[in-house]
Structure formats: structure tokens, C-alpha cells
Design a protein around this ligand. Sequence first.
Ligand SMILES: Cc1cc2nc3c(=O)[nH]c(=O)nc-3n(C[C@H](O)[C@H](O)[C@H](O)COP(=O)(O)OP(=O)(O)OC[C@H]3O[C@@H](n4cnc5c(N)ncnc54)[C@H](O)[C@@H]3O)c2cc1C
Length: 337
Amino acid sequence: MEKELELYDVTIVGGGPVGLFTAFYSGMREMKTKILEYLPFLGGKVSYFYPEKIIRDVGGIPAVTGDTFTEQLIEQATTFDPTIVLGKQVTTLQKLENGNFIVRTNDGEEHYSRTIILATGFGSLKTIKLDIPEATTYESGNLHYTVRNLEKFRGKKIVISGGGNSAIDWANELEPIAEEVTLIYRKETFSGIESNISKMKNSSVNVLTPYEVVILNGDGEIISDIVIENVKTKGQQTISSDHLIVNHGFAIDLGDIAGWGCDMADGTIKVDNTMQTSIPGIFAVGDIANYPNKLHLIAGGFNEGPIAVNSAKLHIAPSEELKALFSTNMESFQDKS
Ligand SMILES: Cc1cc2nc3c(=O)[nH]c(=O)nc-3n(C[C@H](O)[C@H](O)[C@H](O)COP(=O)(O)OP(=O)(O)OC[C@H]3O[C@@H](n4cnc5c(N)ncnc54)[C@H](O)[C@@H]3O)c2cc1C
């Protein structure tokens, strides 16, 4: 059965920023590379949580929006044409007697690889949705779980449900451009960053606590108004809205990662200084990697990717020399510039 599957040198599980940069470096080292990503799009947490926010802590890039950063990462990652498979969650890894791996996804597909680099972040990202049956019908209309384009909200009446950092951030970002911003939170105290909470409270944002959204009125595609209920008194009121943004956080589905056999600590995978896990041939990079003094920063993951790729290359061909290949020295880039 395994002979029918195309053999890859490296299969990267996770297409977030670190997985993408790792794919680039893997291609540069002439490894046949595949990325498997659960979401229908690349970019991981950057695309999912903060596409419109400004990233300022990646060397050489003073300021860039999450979306632009992701576009550039994808452009770089696809330089050497890796195979990219979207919308599939890796469920099991199996090491074969010949040392290669079979990677299985949630739809039963199998992928065959000499080495594996786990770039899964803390797991598959799943938004916590509004707990109202009719909510799903409005997702293609004016119910949003993330903000992808601020301009869409200019001059509009916005209702935001949530009380964490994201909800407060969006209230502050939208307040200067929207006609009106109302923030509804089911608790009385907020859990976000204090300075952002103060900024919101001192602005024109209409803050309603302790309320929650209970009914969405509309035509099944566009919400026209929202019924909110005081969680203590049960008193209800109706507010009109052009857009409802729900920021109730997210659930991270680590899936079966814990069952893949790699030694773990605090929900992440332990690696040595070659980024190898406790299973030879499986490496981990980015947020999922656990080692002393690990920082959950994109810039840190950009160092781990090349280390893992070089280690994977050595795993495949132990006689290879361990070297840091410089892109500036590569002839293949002369044609691409
Ligand atoms: C709101 C917010 C703001 C941040 N701001 C900054 C910042 O300004 N600067 C900075 O350096 N860092 C920032 N971070 C942290 C940064 O986003 C992470 O460190 C970075 O995204 C880690 O990249 P990664 O590729 O390791 O993981 P992720 O970005 O989490 O990507 C992992 C990918 O793997 C996929 N995946 C997981 N499990 C599976 C599976 N079983 N099968 C298939 N696919 C799977 C996931 O769907 C996801 O797309 C921020 C984080 C948040 C939440």
C-alpha cells in the first residue's frame, strides 16, 4: 500500500508562519516538501486572530499587517513549489519498519514521508461560536468571528460580543471609524489588558454588562437587530446593528497529538537542540516546541525551522555535512530575482 503513496522528504504539519518559513528553507535545501494544514487557509494564528493588526517584532520588518506578512510568507514558502494540502487535520503518525512515516488525516487520507516536522502551534484552531441555533445562517452575512477588513465597518453600527483582549481591541480599533460601537459582555469585569480597557471605557464605545446576546432577528442572512439579556435580572433589550462581531475566544484542539508518542510537557512537545522530538525523524518547531527558555514568538520559530530542516536532512543522509546554507549564495535564486 505504501508503494502507491508518493514519498516526501519532509512533511510539515501546520501551515502557520513557522511551518511556512520551514517549508521555504526545506525547499532551499532541496528536500521534497509537503505542508498539511487543518484550516482552509495558510497563516496560522496570524491569519486567524490578527490579520489587520500590526506586527513589529520580526527582524528587518519595522511594521507589517498580519495579512501582508502572511502573503509574503506564502510567496516565500512557495518558492520551491512544495505540495500544500489544506482543510485536513492530521490525526495519526505511524513509524514504519523502514523508518519512514505514514501520516493519516481526518478524512482517512494517507501521506508518506521520510521525516516529519510538527509546526502545529498549540493545536488546530477552532473558534468558539455564538451559542444560538440560528447564528450559523448569518455567518455568510453580517455575523463575524474575525475582522478581516476594517473598511467594511466604516460608518456602520457595530455590536461586539465578548470581554477579552480581542473584543476590547476591536472596540478600540473600530470606534474612530464606525458610526457607533456597542460592546456586550456577560461578566461585569473585563479580562483584557488594563490600558486597553481604560481606553475603551474613556471612549464613545457603549459598554453593556452583564449582558449576553440571546436572539438574532433578521431574514436568515442579514441580522437587523439583536436581543440582549441581562444575565442577572433577565431583563431584555433590543439593539439595532449593521454588523455583529463575536469574540468569545477559541478552543485549541490538540487532537490526538498527545497520542503520537512524542514526549510532552505542558501540552507541548519536548525537543532537543536539533529540534528532534523523542521519536527520531520527527521534529517540532514554533509554538508546539518545548525546550528551556522557549519564547512563543514568530522570530524564534524562524530559527527553529532551519535547525529542524538541517536535522531532517541529516536524519535522511547521516553522511551530509551540517551547514547553514545562505540564500545569498544560492544559484537557484539568481533566476528568480
Ligand atoms: C492575538 C495574538 C497576537 C500575537 N502577536 C504576535 C506578535 O506581534 N509577534 C509575535 O512574534 N508573535 C505574536 N503572537 C504569537 C504568534 O502568533 C505565534 O507565536 C505564532 O503564530 C506561532 O506560529 P506557529 O506556526 O508555530 O503556530 P500557529 O500560528 O498556531 O500555526 C499552527 C497551524 O497548525 C495547524 N494545525 C494544528 N494542528 C494540526 C493538525 N493536527 N493537522 C493539520 N494542521 C494542524 C493550525 O490550524 C495552524 O494553522 C501573537 C499571538 C496571538 C494569539
